[in-house]
Design a binder for this molecule. Structure first.
Ligand SMILES: [Zn+2]
Length: 265
């Protein structure tokens, strides 16, 4: 149970940190109802908040209107008043003072710190915060312990909208990228098509070239052979003989090979 509680709170804090940049120091806005409930359960608010939120950077805060309210309630809220008086005072400039609920509502609307946590037993005040400040965590005391509430529907809707916006933006960016790539002739798809086309033509020219080379080589070889044979013939032709001698040789050839005689074979 203890582990799952820690996991739960870490997940919630991570949610507010990720989507709404809420990071320590956390300013906990505490009213008389929360202080009163803490006293009933003998909860040391400051200590339990530090343990629960897993940080020493906790600033327990209240307003003069909230303190004034506990004073007006008299003896029943005396303990709560003593607790609130220990805390940092957030200036609200309400004079004369108004109810803690109204005071906190105005502070939450005007807030620019974006670091507040609302701690109150008042359901209507927490609802006000969850509707008007969906970026802020709310907490209450329940079952003898401080509990962070789940993010409100408004809060989750904002997160969803932002996610969708990011997706749309990336789509727009991807379109711009495509355009730039196209202009720079870096379009992957086009290149692929070109490559494919080149491949189709690429094999043939190369193969043709090889054939050409081969044929050229063959031709040159055959030419050389021809030349060689021509040269050979020339050699034979180079032997100049008179008609008389030729006739004589022909007669001799009938008896033996002249080529053998001249060592031509
Ligand atoms: Zn006030």
């Amino acid at each position: 149970m203890k582990l799952s509680r820690h996991k739960y709170i870490r997940r919630l804090l991570n949610y507010y940190r990720t989507h709404f940049n809420i990071e320590p120091p956390f300013i906990i806005l505490i009213d008389g109802t929360f202080a009163f409930e803490a006293l009933q359960w003998k909860i040391q608010i400051d200590q339990q908040l530090k343990a629960y939120l897993e940080t020493q950077l906790i600033i327990c805060s209240t307003t003069l209107c909230a303190i004034k309210e506990t004073e007006l309630l008299g003896g029943i809220a005396y303990g709560a008043m003593l607790i609130l008086k220990q805390y940092d005072i957030i200036k609200c400039d309400h004079y004369p003072s108004i109810s803690a609920e109204k005071c906190f509502q105005k502070i939450l609307i005007k807030d620019k710190t974006k670091k507040y946590f609302l701690a109150s037993q008042s359901l209507s005040l927490r609802e006000f915060s969850r509707i008007n400040r969906p970026d802020l965590p709310t907490m209450l005391i329940r079952h003898n312990a401080i509990n962070l509430e789940r993010p409100s529907i408004n809060s989750r809707e904002i997160v969803e909208e932002r996610k969708n916006e990011q997706i749309n933006l990336s789509k727009h960016e991807s379109n711009v990228l495509k355009k730039i790539k196209h202009e720079l002739n870096l379009d992957e798809n086009e290149n692929d098509i070109k490559k494919k086309k080149k491949k189709k033509h690429g094999i043939n020219p190369l193969s043709i070239k090889k054939k050409k080379i081969k044929t050229l080589i063959n031709q040159s070889i055959s030419n050389n052979n021809k030349n060689l044979s021509k040269k050979k013939r020339r050699r034979t032709r180079q032997i100049r003989m008179s008609l008389h001698l030729k006739q004589h040789l022909k007669e001799l050839e009938k008896k033996f090979s002249i080529k053998q005689f001249f060592h031509l074979e």
